[in-house]
Design a protein around this ligand. Structure first.
Ligand code: NAP
Ligand code: COA
Length: 259
């Protein structure tokens, strides 16, 4: 296949649906060989089939990012199929709204284990399988990493850790020619994250507080991942790239110039 990523191996963890699956499709459209991974055998097989139906060379692997030996086996299989990894995206996550007093210690730990420990595991276990120099690693974080939010103590703590994993690895792995960045999506339409966190009846109000006055599209995040892995981004590492319509800036509802 031709394209900007022709012949490259792109591995996306947490890619049976949503934003991460769209990232996989974005790289596939540019000619990359794709490995997608998630827990559900059935969902990941369907995701890989969808990529193949779109013309990509794609492998689906069922594995939980909390299972380190499982990830080691997944990388061995992926590299045997597609060669060393050029681009690695770590986006597996779990979330739900819950007040802290209703959150069990195990519920808090579950989200931290999937998002934070999972991101460490995905990156750490990849080391022996990366193209060095040259690999681009991308964590999918969230605004919760820097903005405290009610009923999100678990996700806020986990994603704050993801930002630090990104920056610490960028420091340590930069000398080997491995860049490590993160993308922080804002509210992205038609995703499980939004179905769980945003009340559809408040859509107009939520959009009205955003500087760009709309939800993002999954494709916006895929395009950012392509950019961060392209030669144009070769001097970018340790960056948390907000692709969020201005969410990080705060409430823009009063700034109605031109409306
Ligand atoms: P999603 O469709 O539910 O994607 C989550 C993916 O992670 C699924 O493919 C799920 O597949 C996989 N997964 C969950 N737990 C896993 C585990 N333990 N091991 C391996 N895979 C696991 O949700 P999304 O809304 O697109 O979110 C994708 C990413 O974007 C997340 O990192 C999220 O925090 C971030 N984000 C989303 C938004 C938004 O507006 N949606 C905003 C900011 C950040 P299985 O069930 O098959 O395991
Ligand atoms: N409110 C409060 N606690 C909750 C909860 C909720 N809505 N959902 C789950 N929990 C608790 C469970 O009760 C359990 O705690 P306990 O043992 O003290 O009872 C703990 O969380 C673990 O639940 P479990 O269902 O065993 O976890 P899992 O590993 O199978 O699933 C989740 C992980 C809970 C995050 C699940 O929602 C999931 O798989 N999410 C992936 C998809 C997703 O969240 N996408 C959006 C990404 S932004």
């Amino acid at each position: 296949m031709s394209g900007r990523f022709a012949g490259k191996h792109v591995f996306v963890a947490g890619a049976s649906s949503g934003i991460n699956l769209e990232i996989a499709h974005g790289f596939a459209r540019e000619g990359a060989r794709i490995t997608v991974l998630s827990r559900s055998e059935e969902k990941i097989a369907a995701a890989a089939q969808g990529l193949r139906d779109a013309g990509a060379t794609a492998l689906g692997i069922a594995c939980d990012v909390r299972d380190y030996p499982g990830l080691e086996a997944a990388y061995a299989d992926a590299v045997a199929a597609h060669g060393a990894i050029d681009v690695l995206v770590s986006g597996a996550a779990g979330n739900f709204l819950a007040p802290a007093v209703k959150l069990s210690a195990n519920a808090f730990k579950t989200v931290v284990d999937i998002d934070l420990l999972g991101t460490f595991n995905v990156f750490r276990a990849s080391w022996d399988h990366l193209v060095k120099p040259g690999a681009s690693l991308i964590a999918i974080t969230a605004g919760q990493a820097v903005h405290p939010m009610s009923f999100q103590i678990h996700a806020c703590a986990a994603k704050a850790g993801v930002n630090m994993v990104t920056k610490c690895l960028a420091l340590e792995w930069g000398p080997a020619g491995v860049r490590v960045n993160a993308i922080s999506p804002g509210p992205i339409g038609d995703t499980e994250g939004m179905r769980r966190l945003a009340d559809p009846d408040r859509e107009k109000q939520i959009k009205g507080r955003l500087a760009l006055r709309d939800y993002g599209a999954k494709r916006d995040i895929a395009d950012a991942a392509l950019f961060l892995s392209s030669p144009e981004a070769k001097y970018i590492t340790g960056t948390i790239l907000n692709v969020d319509g201005g969410s990080d800036l705060g409430d823009a509802s009063a700034n109605a110039v031109g409306e």
